[in-house]
Design a protein around this ligand. Sequence first.
Ligand SMILES: Cc1cc2nc3c(=O)[nH]c(=O)nc-3n(C[C@H](O)[C@H](O)[C@H](O)COP(=O)(O)O)c2cc1C
Length: 376
Amino acid sequence: MAGKENTEEKQSKQQIPLITPYQLGPFSLSHRVVLAPLTRQKSYKYIPQPHAILYYSQRTSPGGLLIAEATGVSDSAQGYPNTPGIWTEEQVEAWKPIVNGVHEKGGVFFCQIWHSGRASHVDYQPNGQAPLSSTDRKISGQIVLPNGKDLADYSPPRALKIEEIPHIVNDFRLAARNAIKAGFDGVEIHGAHGYLIDQFMKDSINNRTDEYGGTLANRCRFPLEVVEAVANEIGGERVGIRLSPFAQYLESSDSDPEALGLYMAEALNRYNILYAHYVEPRLVTTFEPVATNKSLFPMRKAFKGSFLVAGGYGREDGNEAISSDKADLVVYGRIFLANPDLPKRFELNAPLNKYDRNTFYSPDPVVGYTDYPFLE
Ligand SMILES: Cc1cc2nc3c(=O)[nH]c(=O)nc-3n(C[C@H](O)[C@H](O)[C@H](O)COP(=O)(O)O)c2cc1C
């Protein structure tokens, strides 16, 4: 009888595509449900805090992949209150117990390395300097200041001089090295959502006339230089990149997102990196999906490494993405934030906790952070 139950259990597992093993380069994953990078703004003074140990370990399952929140690569990278960094020794030391917590439960943990570019304000910048970007055109609208309360206009950025670009590439390289020092299994380069790397790629922003602007190849030069430097530093099998060619966050849009997404997918093949992580075209200016007939499939077919997709996924369409080979892994943001045991819930088809968006970015170290309930 017990034997029969085991067989039935196995069969029902096999029927859940999200709960099937996957070999992600050197990493043996036991399922396809990935924790999305989620900024939580609880790293006081840009230093990860001990409360993140519990948060990430709650969301760890044996053989599950987690991507840490956007983590600044240098003192010019910040643009939100209380986001972590990984450019100082103190930050590296602070990450170690958090990474350990994930490893102790058998998880695989990547650090998302990030530079906000023009999505910043002089108050976040060393010596009150102008935020750095591909352009000197500012974002309209307002930004929350480092005190977490007051709003101000985005500061006008300064377009990086051509001779400064290698320094920023080097910041990403050093951040990747630091991530490995902190114990992370790899890094995800944040090339999405209107931050610095996206600010080079998208033609609504990049108005350069040098070899980093104009043609698609020129606009993708800086992103690919970052990829190359990071892959040379830590090995391509430890490197992923996140891209959102279709998104228009922070006024960062492209006139031909299909061409951009495809160009990057093909160019990335030169560096033998582990994965490409694309945000679905249905996410445009908010995290709420909109109807679209656009698809990531051409990029999925073009890219030779593992393909991750994110954006508005639930259990059913996540299973469909895996079973129809649209993706190798599915990345979950808000529902993983609110359901620390999401892979288990998907396996059992259990109901989900609802997320509370009021606490997404609050500095509280517990409420809306580590107090979402597990299944009984
Ligand atoms: C609170 C919150 C913080 C986020 N922080 C990041 C981040 O640090 N880096 C990033 O690439 N995306 C970030 N995102 C986007 C998510 O990774 C994800 O792509 C988005 O929530 C859509 O997926 P979902 O529908 O599964 O939530 C954030 C989203 C939310 C809701």
